[in-house]
Design a protein. Sequence first.
Length: 539
Amino acid sequence: MKLSWLSLILLTDLALAEQTIAPPRGWNQHSRPSPHSRVQLRIGLVQPQIDALENHLWEISDPDHERYGQHLSKASVEKLVAPRPESVQLEDTDVSYTPARDWVIIDVPVSLAEDMLDTNYHVWVHDDGSYVSIFSIIIDLIQPTTMFARFSGMKTTMYRTKDKLALVKMLNDNCNRVVTLECLEVLYNTSSYSPQSVSANSIGITGYLGQYANKEDLKQFYADQKPDATASFTFVQVNGGLDDQSPKAAGDEANLDVQFALGLSYPTPGTFWSTGGEPPFVPDLGTPSNTNEPYANWLDYILKQDSPPATISTSYGDHEQTVPEDYARRTCRRLLELSVRGVTLIFSSGDGGVGDGDPDPNSQTCKTNDGRNETRFLPVFPSVTSVGGTQGIPEKAAFFSGGGFIVDGFLEKLEQNNSPLLNNGLFNRFAFPDVSAQALNFRVFIGGNASLVSGTSAAAPTVAGIVALLNDVRLHAGLSSLGFLNPLIYKNAQAFNDITEGSNPGCGTEGFNAIQGWDPITGLGTPDFNKLKKVVQSC
């Protein structure tokens, strides 16, 4: 490979910048890597029309705008996110591109990467013996950039309430103790609706390294909770993601997501993606090892598809400060590309309350990792449409529901009620979650056994299943899919069940309280399908 083509990129599109960071505690420079070691570089090219794409999104997602629902085609989106033409006039067998040619992917020896980027790689060693190679140059975005990572399994936003419980049938149980499909269907008013546009609709579930959805477990789940259901799901392997269908490999997260998202939207066709890979990562006290998700690898795949599912649920999330800012911005842009094509993206809000779930005032987990070591609430990345958690009937906020970030309306209500502004200085003014759903004690089949699973990982596929039904309503009426949901739902808060009890402690505080209207624990509240059905039919 010659260097001239990369020089062209550097001169035309990419602002070459030094990024120097202090190594996190425990990391020590060790040695230079072998010059013959190979590294795959992913170079994100500047997208001069990205603002236009965002403008399209707001117009087609606003139910009061004349363009509502007029989603863009794959080709139109790729045109809008493409770099300047001169940036991609490159011919080399070792170079590949994403469909919009906004990412250049090359595989080169370390010595050549150092020459191209005018930098040096070093091997750093952590006190616990783990190693990583890093360098300190970024170009709009090159991966891998500066990163200190000890690789481990992916992080989900769920936990097992108990393992392998011997549970009785739902008819002898109470929804306050065990949540099943029947509980959710009655609570959120979906039980009387039968999908009518199955062939035109679809729902997708993302899964990351180490999580495999088991088809036999889905059969058991259906036999237990939806005896008339027979369909399975399409399993897609992305970037080396595996498909281990042995009972011992059945994933609690993967099975939870698939069983409830597909169960609620049945018989809407479902897809489960198993994605491998490791993303860039910056550790903090709560996340010392790399448990972040390789969203870029999944996005590489899904953006190539002509017809991605209309609803996609993700029950994974990262402390925002552990995600390098350039990588986060680039990932958000690519999620924008999906949204503007008419895909609704649902994410769980996390299970740490306002950060780590610990109300102990001596808690030391929620510290910034920028060298200042200040206590801050920890937002979760990414949040497109973010789903918090509730528990019990009547519903109240689940104590672990991720959130705690404030919008002006919430602050105004506190002032009107003469309530003190709790936790001032610990939060920013970006709001999440947007909505919420049940999140405690879901009856899931894992490796052939019934278990109880909790977390906003349960709430996200619940909302996704309901959104899939709403998409069915629109498709049956000859309308477009919903796409980016937030403008619609914030203009129709009356279609949600307002949650006014509960709090979400964390970071040595009691967090925030659920109040009337939107709050930073349950968002607008939980969905009422019958009310939402009327909303989506009329816009």
